[in-house]
Design a protein around this ligand. Sequence first.
Ligand SMILES: NC(=O)c1ccc[n+]([C@@H]2O[C@H](COP(=O)([O-])OP(=O)(O)OC[C@H]3O[C@@H](n4cnc5c(N)ncnc54)[C@H](OP(=O)(O)O)[C@@H]3O)[C@@H](O)[C@H]2O)c1
Length: 325
Amino acid sequence: MKAVCVHEWCDPQGLVIEEVERPEPVGSEVLIRVHVAALNFPDILLIAGKYQLKPPFPFTPGLEVAGTIEKVGAQVTEFEPGQRVLAQTALGGFAEYTVAPAIAVQSLPDSMSDDEAAAFPLVYQTSYFGLVHRCRLQRGETILVHSAAGGVGLAAVQIARALGAGKIIGTAGSDEKLDLIRENGADIAINYRTEDFVETVKRATDGRGADVIYDPVGGETGERSTKCIAFEGRLLLIGFTGGRFSNFVSNHILIKNYSVVGLHWGAYRQHNPAKITEAWRELWQLYEAGHLKPVIGGRYPMDEVADAMDFLASRKAVGKIVLHW
Ligand SMILES: NC(=O)c1ccc[n+]([C@@H]2O[C@H](COP(=O)([O-])OP(=O)(O)OC[C@H]3O[C@@H](n4cnc5c(N)ncnc54)[C@H](OP(=O)(O)O)[C@@H]3O)[C@@H](O)[C@H]2O)c1
């Protein structure tokens, strides 16, 4: 089978597609014939050796796929060959076939396309965990979402709207992204390059600030967010696309009574997988009710995976980029 391979830390143009041996599912694993895989910002960090996970070489990146079950391991009873599924793969998604533990696989409703299915798991699971489990977002609360036109950001906006958030404010780095943010449920969309998000959030909340701030950017964005967070607000750390961590001032956190909350979604696989299953039940309900709709911002053939990654890194992409075999 063909697979995208990494032999040394590289930028996207260093990726190669090679013939490798097809994996076999064992025990509680399933083998999936991959139709579509989705790209995530962590893929770019991972191949460059800048992610917390550093797999041994050679490895195949790819965190989420949609396809059909090809074969099941001896202990699998809930899936059978031919079934349409999505799956979260710790690695290995950018291949013609991939194995995943059955617990990381979901069967698909007929209404969901392969593109939507591949684009669904990571960003909606992450944003749901962040908003519901870690930040306890309440109905009527104001939320500020940074990078709101990106993968995790758009998912956060849609989930916040579905959960009855009050005011939803999104930021992005270009005017082209602002309409999309509003179309997906935000009341206010800010181009942070031309407008001061701190002032706009304060104005929109009569000086109170946002109850929840969702931050995939880090650095100065996280630091400045503490200037417009509400009393008992929660500042959720999702990632560091900006390239550096934020430095928070501990006495400011104390004096203003807010919390800085971390989320590493992948850690729940090890520490509390039941919570992931619970989140799936809620996410499917929200999807079936029409509240969640993955936005596909680009489709590439798998042999153009490097260009797809460069496009995501260029900051021009919106929503999710998908890769087709
Ligand atoms: N904590 C978790 O469990 C978890 C799970 C999944 C993803 N993540 C993290 O969430 C973050 C976003 O991931 P994603 O896949 O949804 O990516 P994305 O938001 O779709 O794409 C990246 C966006 O980040 C913004 N950005 C700001 N500074 C940037 C810079 N210096 N270089 C490139 N982009 C920059 C850009 O939007 P603007 O130009 O509009 O600002 C860009 O479009 C990543 O850090 C990822 O590692 C965390």
